[in-house]
Ligand binder design. Structure first.
Ligand code: HPA
Length: 273
């Protein structure tokens, strides 16, 4: 068996020495969106620093712990703090926790992220349900030897985001007066925000938002047969008369402000998937 298999087994057996994981839903929280963790009835939480083979998050606004507990009465595993390619981890390292979740029995993966909008109809604070993505500006985590125990060499990507879960999320949003868009997320490596020319390019190729996460996790999850649902919180507008500047603080602030809508959406969603 591969090194990856051995590492996953070690990580999983360590986790199982602390908790008996029963959750079918895993959640990964994005920058400034960690508040959802506070409404979880936590049973066990394990700091990433204690989990063998887990990278350690280095970004401001990321908590860095794996939480086992209940959200709205439903068992979940939550990653409070994710790993980004721009922190210097390999793409395989970034998706390691997704594979751990799979081996712990997770079937549905819910992701959130902060993103910049290039769709001129979007405003700061809006939510966008991701219905497709463009991965070409980041590194595919499946490059390298295929791990057959996880999935096939050439995964089909015709439904990267579950249509059934999107439909349920739209119903929940409507019932709670939360306005949501549906659209395409383009992944970039970061850590630089985009230049004006890059925002224009990203818009031209058919994107609605751009961000530095999510897509590698999505690819790893689809590869190993999970269903994925993801939401972007619009934290800034990439195209604004060619005149805008942008800071990480501004992104975190906008994410924090929009966070309660996201928490409500995820809390209701886990009950019906
Ligand atoms: N670009 C890339 N990533 C981001 C942005 C952006 O404008 N906003 C938040 N994350």
């Amino acid at each position: 068996m591969s090194n990856l298999f051995d590492e996953l087994e070690e990580t999983v057996s360590y986790i199982k020495s602390k908790v008996n994981p029963v959750a079918k839903t895993g959640i990964i929280l994005g920058s400034g969106l960690g508040n959802l963790a506070t409404v979880i009835e936590t049973e066990v939480e394990i700091p990433y620093t204690e989990i063998r083979h887990f990278p350690v998050s280095t970004v401001k606004g990321h908590g860095g712990k794996l939480i086992f507990g209940k959200l709205g009465g439903v068992d979940v595993i939550v990653m409070s703090g994710r790993f980004h390619f721009y922190e210097g981890y390999s793409a395989q390292h970034v998706v390691f926790p997704v594979r751990v979740m799979k081996m712990l029995g997770v079937e549905n993966l819910l992701l959130s992220n902060a993103a910049g909008a290039v769709n001129p109809n979007y405003k700061v604070g809006d939510l966008m349900l991701i219905n497709d993505h463009i991965s070409f500006f980041t590194v595919n985590p499946l490059i390298g030897k295929n791990e057959e125990f996880l999935g096939t060499r050439f995964p089909d990507m015709s439904e990267p985001y579950s249509k059934a879960i999107i439909a349920k999320a739209k119903q929940i949003a409507a019932a709670n007066n939360i306005h949501v868009h549906e659209g395409v997320y383009t992944a970039v490596t970061g850590p630089t925000f985009e230049t004006h020319a890059e925002y224009r390019l990203i818009k031209t190729i058919g994107s609605d938002v751009v961000g530095m996460s999510t897509v590698q996790e999505n690819i790893a999850a689809i590869h190993c047969g999970m269903k994925v649902f993801a939401v972007s919180v619009v934290t800034d507008l990439g195209i604004r008369d060619g005149n805008n500047t942008i800071t990480h603080e501004e992104v975190l602030e906008a994410a924090n402000a929009a966070e309660p809508k996201l928490t409500l959406l995820f809390k209701e969603l886990v009950k019906v998937i």
